[in-house]
Design a protein around this ligand. Structure first.
Ligand code: HEC
Length: 505
């Protein structure tokens, strides 16, 4: 009788395993799709799958209790739970396969998820047989494999429904290495205008609403919206985004359809994008859909977009940071305003509320010397252009000027500079244009100037270097630089009354 029961049990196991294996042939994941009734049944998968998860873990807990006691109430209970586990696992595997088959899934991750689900089903079925073997370790071994497969399969299932990084997206930085993830740099910009339109504004909307279905694992419509290139590449119907062409952009078309349209995105009664989000995406596409321009660089924004950008920016900063940025800017403006009032240096922000400035000294040529320049040193990095023509700067000032590392244009024309230290300006990586017209630089400055490889433009007329042989030597040293000599004399700009943007401060 005992032997007969065992044979019966193992026969049942073999049939179960065979049924599971046949799923690969009956419901192949070839992307073809299935009928509505197949899809209807498949959609029970998310409901059914939690049963085996709980039950397999419960079986594990039973084993932790220790020795098996054949014939006891607990033993009967375990056997009952095992039977329910087998049935519920079969249901989950079959419904999942119907779902994937019905929806026409053929992605690699779905295939792997199904494969592991079927293997899990097989192991659970075999556990019934293994339990008839006298040593409990055969059964426990099977159980351990089942638990391993269970974790793998449910993690894959989770990645399928929520996206691959769902679990770890909000992991604190201190834990990210555990998952082999990069620590995400917090967005650090001082003004909303400095936000990157795609990275900081557009893509977060797409990630929130679209990427769960449009990623490399789950390419609905063959469309991957995880990357910028994916937007351009598009899907079955062509590019999702066509720069500067809203009408041709399938993505925009899909998010602006009537909500009850079958093609509306996101589908299935998911929350639609807000008007502000749609407007932002429209603005981005119309202005050329650049992958890396900032809000300021992308050009004028419609009012509602501006409000949206401002709210996103505010949301990125803690109130303390907001106050800190505000305070720092106020302090900078106050300090520069003071220097302007005391010494007459005209310091202008490059745009409203900007953190970068230009310096002009037209009105104070006679008094602007190395000493006044050194007063500006603490704020050196804030300046992008300096017109210091006709001032009293000497070679000593180059050490100070070398700290103005964001300078792009520098005008030192008509200064008493001898040029023996000009080489120090090679420390200004952004410097493109240097004007030395009419300055007192000596022939020895040639060697110093040869070091300024970053220059694109150099004005040398009416200097000791304004001579073809010397200039041709310099042209060899600076092949990328446009060196101007012997041009028409530049008229010296008259000291002009300038208004400024400080308001009353
Ligand atoms: C629940 C899954 C799901 C979500 C979420 C989703 N989509 Fe889709 N999307 C699909 C499916 C399925 C298709 C293919 C059928 C079709 O073309 O309507 C598709 C197709 C598309 C297409 C056409 C691709 C092509 O070339 O065929 C675009 C564009 C698109 N989606 C954009 C979006 C955008 C934008 C969002 C977010 C606002 C989004 N989708 C969210 C499932 C989804």
């Amino acid at each position: 009788m005992q032997t007969f029961l065992k044979i019966l049990t193992w026969t049942g196991c073999a049939i179960g395993v065979a049924i599971l294996a046949s799923i690969w042939w009956v419901l192949p994941l070839d992307g073809a799709g299935g009928s509505d009734s197949v899809r209807f049944l498949g959609r029970f998968h998310p409901v059914l799958l939690h049963m085996p998860i709980g039950l397999v873990l419960l079986l594990g807990l039973f084993e932790l209790r220790g020795k098996r006691d054949p014939g006891s109430d607990t033993d009967k209970l375990v056997r009952f739970v095992l039977l329910v586990t087998v049935l519920s696992t079969l249901l989950a595997v079959v419904s999942g396969s119907l779902l994937a088959f019905g929806e026409g899934a053929d992605e690699e991750l779905v295939q792997a998820h199904q494969r592991n689900g079927i293997l899990l089903g097989m192991v659970v079925v075999l556990m019934v047989g293994l339990r008839t073997i006298a040593t409990p370790w055969a059964y426990r071994g099977g159980l351990m494999v089942a638990v391993g497969l269970l974790f793998l399969t449910s993690h894959q299932g989770g990645s399928l429904t929520h996206g691959r990084d769902y679990l770890t997206k909000y992991a604190p930085d201190s834990m990210r290495w555990v998952f082999g993830l990069e620590v995400e740099e917090p967005v650090k910009v001082a003004r909303a205008e400095d936000l990157l339109v795609f990275d900081h504004l557009v893509q977060p909307i797409i990630e929130q609403n679209c990427v769960s279905c449009h990623n490399p694992d789950k390419l609905k419509g063959e469309l991957n919206l995880e990357t910028f290139d994916g937007h351009l590449a598009g899907g079955e119907l062509g590019p999702a985004v066509v720069p500067s062409d809203l009408d041709a952009s399938e993505l925009y078309f899909r998010i602006t359809l009537p909500q009850d349209d079958e093609e509306f995105m996101p589908p299935d009664e998911k929350t639609p994008l807000s008007d502000a989000e749609v407007n932002l995406i429209a603005w981005w596409i119309e202005r050329g859909a650049s992958p890396d321009l900032t809000v300021a660089e992308l050009g004028p924004q419609p009012g509602e977009v501006e409000a949206y950008v401002a709210s996103v920016f505010a949301g990125m900063l803690s109130p303390e940071e907001l106050t800190r940025i505000q305070t720092e800017r106020e302090e900078l403006y106050a300090a520069l305003g003071y220097i302007r009032a005391e010494h007459g240096v005209l310091i202008l922000p490059t745009e409203m509320d900007s953190d970068t400035f230009t310096i002009e000294t037209n009105a104070i040529r006679k008094t602007f010397d190395d000493g006044v320049l050194s007063l500006l040193e603490p704020y050196a990095e804030s300046f992008v252009a300096a017109d210091l023509s006709g001032t009293q700067l000497t070679d000593q000032a180059m050490g100070s000027l070398a700290k103005f590392i964001n300078l792009r244009t520098l005008n030192l024309s008509q200064t008493p500079l001898a040029g023996a230290t000009l080489g120090q300006l090679s420390r200004l990586p952004e410097l493109e244009s240097l004007n030395l017209y009419g300055s007192e630089i000596a022939a020895a400055a040639l060697e110093q100037l040869s070091e300024l490889k970053q220059l694109k433009q150099l004005f040398l007329f009416q200097t000791a270097l304004d001579d073809e042989t010397m200039v041709s030597q310099l042209r060899k040293a600076l092949p990328d630089c446009d060196i101007r000599v012997a041009a028409a004399v530049l008229p010296l700009a008259e000291p002009a009354e300038k208004t400024d943007d400080y308001g009353s401060s």
